[in-house]
Design a protein around this ligand. Sequence first.
Ligand code: BGP
Length: 469
Amino acid sequence: MKHTNLKKFPDAFFWGGSTSAYQIEGAWNEDGKGPSVIDMANHVEGVTDFKVASDHYHRYQEDVALLAELGFKAYRFSIAWTRIYPHGSGEVNPKGIEFYNNLINELIKNNIEPIVTMYHFDLPYALQQKGGWSNRETIDAFETYSKTLFANFGDRVNYWLTINEQNMMILHGDAIGTIDPNLENPKKELYQQNHHMLVAQAKAMKLCHQMLPEAKIGPAPNIVSIYPASAKPEDVLAADNFAAIRNWLYLDMAVFGRYNNVVWSYLEENGYTPTIVEGDMDILANANPDFIAFNYYTSQSVAESTGDPSDINHTGDQHITIGEQGVYKGHKNEYLKTNEFGWEIDPVGFRTTLREIYSRYHLPLIVTELGLGAFDQLEEDDIVNDSYRIDFLKKHLEQLQLAISDGVEVFGFCPWSAIDLVSTHQGSSKRYGFIYVNRDEFDLKDLRRIRKQSFYWYQGVIASNGDKL
Ligand code: BGP
């Protein structure tokens, strides 16, 4: 559908960028921080760990000054649960509160709206040792942690995101470290964990509304359009299956508080249904998120799975499994080009994703991740010419404006990542930021910050409120 009159980006649009604590902060064991599952995981060979990352913990003032220079209206970052509660529950660590107080104050001083992710993959290791999300007590720990966040930061933080990419933690639990892959029935366990996370999220949303009536809170899954490999009805059905399992399970639950019927029948069929205790469904039905935040990198295409074991594929570098016998199998979309890491690039899919989410839920949307990972090169005179990133973001912003013109209500765009940081599986050489951090995989060099070409381009986009893409 063409638009002869494009709608403008709304006034007060949250132009910004995103990061997460374990990927940017470093200082992994300083000032009383406890270990998280990320700190304790076996690191992928050949790439760095997260101990120093971008050293943001010690350089946050310099970093915020750069974000202000970029013109950021909002900054999405996550709080490390283990800085606040080193052991997941129990005593609060005052130094942890102090760090985020300082960061939030610095942002506000620079007129940047803080958007806080409460939990971004880094569950406290102490909770993991007690069963992690398989243990219902983790729901209580999350509720207490949420209360502490709202009580300490709620006077200044108006936008809260509950759990980053819960759907990825469940779909790829072995890769992200949510679950022990050697368990006899890992999927059943994962769907139990999923249920507990959903209840924890719903409790946090309710608590937020009670404690901070002016604040807004929402979920932050990774949602993308799922295409059928062809017009063959069985392929279309497979795409429908996968969309329900990958996307709608999470949003139907967050927004309506009910299990998606296709997913529930899939859980029943496979013996994966979770134990639901009395009161859970009530809690889930009364969460009432104020908006939906979502992350988008690429669309996904799938085909019918006739049940052949070869329908399950393992992607090497990201350690992710795609496909499920009899449900769907992965398909390479021949219409899309890929980036250096093999991820399909699909700006139009971004528009369809925005439209799909909005037409299902009619809640305001904010994009909390979208970006291009690349091996950026630092050239002489501190030049990083990431024209490919500018091109990537520009094409996605054009589609975002088209979606807005389609009537989708979007209030912010926070691409991944504000500053270079360590990738979840692929080290520090896979860069996403507008700001280059001078380090190599294993040589920390001077960690100095360098403005990339995309920095100057994005600065112009923000200054013109999206008129100049
Ligand atoms: C998302 C995560 C981020 C980030 C991003 C890029 O799934 O929320 O934490 O890692 O993906 O992925 P990667 O680092 O694997 O390139």
